[in-house]
Structures are given as structure tokens and as C-alpha cells.
Design a protein around this ligand. Structure first.
Ligand code: GDP
Ligand code: MG
Length: 299
């Protein structure tokens, strides 16, 4: 394997940004496109890993910033807590995400968290929404005046624009060293995470536009048995009416969602999968709680 070749870089990356700038979309896109998911060697990390991206040149280990991920709207102040600060002290690179042409008070508070003694890279997301691209340059300049970002990279997480550049840029700021996680091997936590993501993807594909945003997927059980993996997942929705839509007439929608997800899982894991999916009503589940839970963490 060439991964340990000279010049390979690896390290921890924290993604920060005020709510709604596209952090989750970006993370899912980054770890979703290259599924080089790997085996945490628990003794090597103090972090909750949310996703790992291994390329030919680098391994980017995205970590959770506790207290930061779950905040919404006015709770921003609560993010200014010790654990976030601790995490930002521990990571090699901080990736801050903002929305193109917007830099508000929330963003400035996030800037206040950045550690000046290590690289912070700014991703300007949602550039697809900018009609007049000429406005981007002054915005980049404005951002550069706000904080000494090591790099500023325009991207569209949703459209997949600029992501290779972003990954390569982050990689250059990581310390030289072998991968922190075995790029060949899959872990229970990673497979669990991927299973939830594959199921979630089917919800997006097979349901209307709006509904998937009201749903969260939690893998309740993930068992390796001799000839198969046994996976029990729950799709949480917010209302009974949504539950009816996900299940569909005579349960056909749910059957289709589950069977397509199962086929993808079998392809990805290279084993037979027994997938059992339930739909339950539960209010107020955030995306981040879902992420943590699907990684096997209690949030
Ligand atoms: P988070 O709160 O920072 O994790 O943000 P999310 O990832 O949940 O995204 C917030 C919203 O922005 C969602 O509706 C996304 O679909 C949308 N979004 C994320 N990235 C992009 C992008 O590149 N372009 C556009 N147009 N929308 C995006
Ligand atoms: Mg999010």
C-alpha cells in the first residue's frame, strides 16, 4: 500500500461553523464520496470520530466538536465551552464553514473560537447560490481581513464543487505521518455509520423533497453473525402523517426503501445483510444527534 509512502500526511480536522452553513452536508459529502472507512485504534484517539477520508496523499480524520454540533440558533453562546475549546486545541486543522456572501455575528463568534497557533481553513460554502461570481472575490477579501485563515476555498457541498481542492488543501496542513486509522479495514462503528447513511440516502431518493429533512435514521443494532450482518434500524419521523408516508400503501414504500438499502449494504460490506427497519414517531431529533447515535455514541 502506498499510504505510508514518504510525504503521506494524516491528522485530525474539526469542522466548525454556525448552524445551517452546511457542515453536515459537507461532512457527508466528503466521507460519503470516498468510502475509505477504517478501523479506529482507540488508543490512538481521544476524539469522537465522525468520518474519515483517506486519499492517496493524506488521511483526514474529522472529529466531533462536542457542544458545538448540537447547538441551534441562539444557543451559540453555549458552544463557547471548554470541550469545544479543548477539541480545537487537540486537532491539527480547523475547518471553518461559512455561507457565501454572508458573514454575520454568528460567524464572528465562531471565529472567536479559532486557535491562532494552528491552521484554520475557511470553506466558503453554497457558492452555487451566488449568481454574480464577481461578488465572491470581495467576500474572500473580507473574510481574509477578519481572520488570518491559512487558506480560503470556495465550495458547494451540495453540488460537490471544489471538494477535491478542499481535501487537497486540508491535507497539506496535516503533519507528515502514516494513517491514524487502517485504510483497508472497516470497523463496526464505521459500518454502522455507513448503514445509517445508506438507509438515509434511500429516504432522500424515494420520498418527496421535504420529508427526509423531518426524518432521522438510527442503527439500533449491528451484529456480525457467521454468514451475515444483522442490522436493526429505526427511521424516526416527527408526525404520524409522516410515518404513514414512509410506510406507504400496504407497506410498499418502506419495503422498497429497505430492500434498496439492503442491496447497497451488501455490496459495500461484501456480505449478506439482514436488515430490519422500523418507523417510529419522535419529535425534535436533530441531525447531529442522529450522527452521533449512528456512530454508536450516546449524545
Ligand atoms: P449545518 O447546520 O451547518 O450542519 O448545515 P446542513 O448541512 O444541515 O445544511 C443546511 C442547509 O443548507 C441544508 O438545507 C442543506 O441542503 C443546505 N446546503 C448545504 N450545502 C449547500 C450548498 O453547497 N449549496 C446549497 N444551495 N445548499 C446547501
Ligand atoms: Mg449539522
Amino acid at each position: 500500500m502506498s499510504a505510508t509512502a514518504a510525504g503521506f500526511r494524516s491528522g485530525y480536522v474539526a469542522i466548525v461553523g454556525r448552524p445551517n452553513v452546511g457542515k453536515s452536508t459537507l461532512l457527508n459529502r466528503l466521507v460519503g464520496t470516498k468510502i475509505s472507512i477504517v478501523s479506529p485504534r482507540p488508543q490512538t484517539t481521544r476524539h469522537r470520530v465522525r468520518g474519515i477520508l483517506t486519499t492517496e496523499h493524506a488521511q483526514l480524520v474529522f472529529v466531533d466538536t462536542p457542544g458545538f454540533q448540537t447547538l441551534h440558533g441562539g444557543a451559540l453562546n453555549r458552544a463557547l465551552n471548554r470541550s469545544v475549546i479543548q477539541t480545537l486545541e487537540d486537532v491539527d486543522v480547523t475547518l471553518m464553514v461559512v455561507e457565501a456572501l454572508r458573514f454575520n455575528a454568528g460567524d464572528r463568534q465562531v471565529v472567536g473560537l479559532l486557535k491562532r497557533d494552528r491552521p484554520a481553513i475557511l470553506a466558503i460554502n453554497k457558492v452555487d447560490l451566488v449568481k454574480d461570481k464577481g461578488l465572491l472575490l470581495p467576500f474572500i477579501q473580507q473574510a481574509a481581513d477578519t481572520y488570518p485563515f491559512a487558506e480560503i476555498v470556495p465550495v458547494s457541498a451540495e453540488r460537490g464543487v471544489g471538494l477535491e481542492d478542499l481535501v487537497a488543501t486540508i491535507g497539506r496542513y496535516l503533519p507528515e505521518g502514516p494513517p491514524l486509522y487502517d485504510p483497508e479495514e472497516m470497523t463496526d462503528a464505521s459500518e454502522r455509520f455507513l448503514a445509517a447513511e445508506l438507509l438515509r440516502e434511500k429516504l432522500f431518493r424515494l420520498l418527496g423533497e421535504e420529508l427526509p429533512y423531518a426524518t432521522t435514521v438510527v442503527v439500533e443494532e449491528f451484529k456480525d453473525e457467521e454468514a451475515l450482518k444483522r442490522i436493526h434500524a429505526v427511521i424516526y419521523v416527527e408526525k404520524d402523517s409522516q410515518k404513514a408516508i414512509v410506510i406507504g400503501r400496504k407497506g410498499e414504500k418502506l419495503k422498497e426503501i429497505a430492500s434498496q438499502a439492503r442491496l447497497d449494504m451488501e455490496r459495500l460490506f461484501g456480505t449478506k445483510v439482514f436488515l430490519d427497519v422500523w418507523v417510529k414517531v419522535r419529535r425534535g431529533w436533530s441531525d447531529d444527534e442522529r450522527m452521533l447515535k449512528s456512530l454508536g455514541f450516546e449524545s
